[in-house]
Design a protein around this ligand. Structure first.
Ligand code: BG6
Length: 481
C-alpha cells in the first residue's frame, strides 16, 4: 500500500473573493452575514427568493462574505508559496463555476477566469504538489437556479457538462484527482448548499425535488467520469460524502434501528449509487413512503453502472447520536443537528470531537466499498487570536490534529487503504455553515473579521510549523521503510 498523502484544502466561494473580472453571481454570493443567533444560523443556511432579490440589489446594506472570501483571487500566488513551504503533498481546491461560466449558459468560458486558474494550477503542478479539483463545491450560477430550478432540471446537467468538460480538456494532463460534486449527501440534509434548492418562504422542501436533483447530480458525476476516461485524463475520479459516525444513544433496539435508517439515507445513499453503480435496495421503500416519483431510465442505469468512482472520499468533523426518543438533548454538527454525547468534548460551535470515530468510519467505508479511501476534509473550526507580536498560539488545533492523525495511522496499519488526508481550510476561509470569519480552520491566519474588515494579510499559526514537521517526519518514515 502506498503512503498516506498529507494535504490541505479550500473552496472557491469561501476563499477566492475576486467578485470582478466577469464573475457571475452564484448561490453562495447571495448569502449575507448575520450576527450569530439561533435564527441567523438557520436563515443563512437557507436560500429564499426574498434573499435572492435582496442580494441582487446594488445598494443592499448587507455584507456578503462569499463575494470577498479571504481574497485568494489576489493572494493566490503568495498562498501557494506558503503551501510549498508547508511541503504539502496534495492541495484540494474548487473551481468557481460562475467565474468561468457566469450564467452557466455561455459556450466559451470567461478568459479572465481561465487565466486565473491556469496560473494557480500550473504553479501547483510546478511545485510538485498534487492537484485535487472539486468541480462543484456548493455554488452554482444563480441564473441556473432562477431560470431552470437548479439541479431539478436536466438543463443544469447540460450546463454542468459544459463546465466539467472544459476543465477535463484544459487541465486533464496535470490534475491528479477529480471530484464532480462536494459532499453530495448534503443535497439531502442541506438542500440549499447541496442541490441549490430555494426554500419556500412558508413551507418545507419537497422531497421529490431533492431526490430528483440528487439523481441529476449522479448523472452529472457519471457523465464526467465517462468523459474523463474517454479523454484518458491523468487523474482518478472521486465521490464524496459527509460522514457522521453514528452511535445509538442506548442499547435499545429502537435506537439502533433509528441508526440504521439515519446511516442509510443521510450517509450512505449517494455513495452507494456512485461507488456501486446502482440504487440501493432501501431506496424504493423510502421513495414510496415519501411519495418521491421520478423516472430512472435504462440508459441512466447503464451510465451509473459503467462509471463508478475510483476513490471513495469523505469529510469528517464530528460524530452523531441516534435515538428514537422524542426528548433529545441537542447540539450542532456539520449542517445537521444531533444529540449530545456525554463522552465527548465539543468545539465552540457544538461539533462533537471524536478522533476514534474517524478510525471507525475509515473501517466502515472501506469495508462497504472496497476502494481506496481519502479523508477529503477534516479540521477544527475555532476562534484564533492574533497576538500583538503577530503569532497565533493554536495548541488546541495541534492537539486535534495529533489525535486524529494517530487514529488515521492506526487505521492504515489495520489495512484500510487510506490514500490521503486533507486538512480543511488550510488557509483561513469564511465558514460555509455560519458565514463567519471567526470560525477558522487554517494553519495560516488571515487578518479579517466577520464583516470583512482587516488587512487580509497572512500569518503562520503555531500549527503551521507543527504540520510541516509532521509531514516531513511521515515522509522520512516511509523512505526508511
Ligand atoms: C463541509 C463543507 O461541509 O464542512 C465545507 O464542504 C465547510 O465547505 C466545512 O466549510 C466546515 O463547515 P463550516 O460550517 O465550519 O465552514
Amino acid at each position: 500500500m502506498s503512503r498516506i498523502l498529507w494535504g490541505g484544502a479550500t473552496s472557491a466561494s469561501q476563499y477566492e473573493g475576486g467578485f470582478t473580472d466577469g464573475k457571475g453571481l452564484d448561490t453562495q454570493d447571495c448569502r449575507a452575514y448575520l450576527p450569530r443567533t439561533s435564527n441567523a444560523t438557520t436563515e443563512t443556511r437557507l436560500l429564499t427568493q426574498r434573499q435572492i432579490e435582496e442580494a441582487k440589489k446594488k445598494d443592499s446594506p448587507y455584507y456578503y462574505p462569499f463575494r470577498v472570501g479571504t481574497k485568494g483571487y489576489e493572494y493566490g500566488s503568495a498562498d501557494i508559496e506558503l503551501l510549498k513551504e508547508l511541503d504539502l503533498d496534495i492541495y484540494r481546491l474548487s473551481i468557481s463555476w460562475s467565474r468561468l461560466f457566469p450564467t452557466g449558459e455561455e459556450v466559451e468560458p470567461n478568459p479572465a477566469g481561465v487565466s486565473y486558474y491556469d496560473k494557480v494550477l500550473n504553479k501547483l503542478y510546478n511545485a510538485g504538489i498534487k492537484i485535487f479539483i472539486t468541480i462543484d463545491h456548493y455554488a452554482i450560477p444563480l441564473n441556473l437556479v432562477e431560470k431552470y430550478g437548479g439541479w431539478t432540471s436536466i438543463k443544469t446537467v447540460a450546463a454542468y457538462m459544459r463546465f466539467s468538460s472544459f476543465l477535463l480538456h484544459k487541465w486533464g494532463a496535470i490534475v491528479d484527482y477529480w471530484l464532480p460534486i462536494n459532499e453530495i449527501n448534503a443535497g439531502y440534509f442541506s438542500p440549499f448548499n447541496g442541490v441549490a434548492l430555494v426554500k419556500p418562504e412558508n413551507g418545507e422542501y419537497n422531497y421529490s425535488d431533492i431526490f430528483l436533483s440528487l439523481h441529476h447530480q449522479f448523472i452529472a458525476s457519471a457523465k464526467t467520469i465517462k468523459l474523463g476516461k474517454e479523454l484518458k485524463v491523468k487523474g482518478k475520479f472521486c465521490a464524496m460524502i459527509s460522514c457522521f459516525c453514528y452511535y445509538p444513544l442506548t442499547p435499545k433496539p429502537e435506537d439502533n434501528l433509528e441508526l440504521v435508517e439515519n446511516e442509510e439515507i443521510n450517509q450512505w445513499y449517494c455513495m452507494d449509487v456512485l461507488a456501486k453503480g446502482y440504487y440501493p435496495y432501501y431506496a424504493k421503500p423510502f421513495f414510496d413512503k415519501h411519495n418521491i416519483n421520478f423516472e430512472i431510465s435504462a440508459a441512466d442505469k447503464e451510465l451509473l453502472r459503467n462509471n463508478t468512482c475510483d476513490v471513495v472520499t469523505f469529510s469528517y468533523y464530528d460524530s452523531c447520536i441516534c435515538t428514537a426518543d422524542e426528548n433529545k438533548n441537542q447540539t450542532a454538527g456539520n449542517l445537521v443537528v444531533t444529540t449530545k454525547n456525554p463522552y465527548l468534548k465539543a468545539t465552540e460551535w457544538g461539533w462533537q470531537i471524536d478522533p476514534m470515530g474517524l478510525r471507525t468510519t475509515l473501517h466502515k467505508i472501506y469495508d462497504r466499498y472496497n476502494k481506496p479511501v481519502m479523508i477529503s476534509e477534516n479540521g477544527l473550526g475555532a476562534k484564533d487570536v492574533l497576538t500583538s507580536d503577530q503569532k497565533v498560539h493554536d495548541q488546541y488545533r495541534i492537539d486535534y490534529f495529533k489525535a486524529h492523525f494517530d487514529q488515521i495511522i492506526k487505521a492504515k496499519e489495520e489495512n484500510v487503504d487510506v490514500i490521503a488526508y486533507i486538512a480543511w481550510g488550510i488557509i483561513d476561509i469564511v465558514s460555509a455553515g455560519s458565514c463567519e470569519m471567526d470560525k477558522r480552520y487554517g494553519v495560516v491566519y488571515v487578518d479579517a473579521d466577520n464583516k470583512g474588515q482587516g488587512t487580509f494579510k497572512r500569518y503562520k499559526k503555531d500549527s503551521f510549523e507543527w504540520y510541516k514537521h509532521f509531514i516531513e517526519h511521515q515522509r522520512e518514515r516511509s523512505r526508511s521503510k
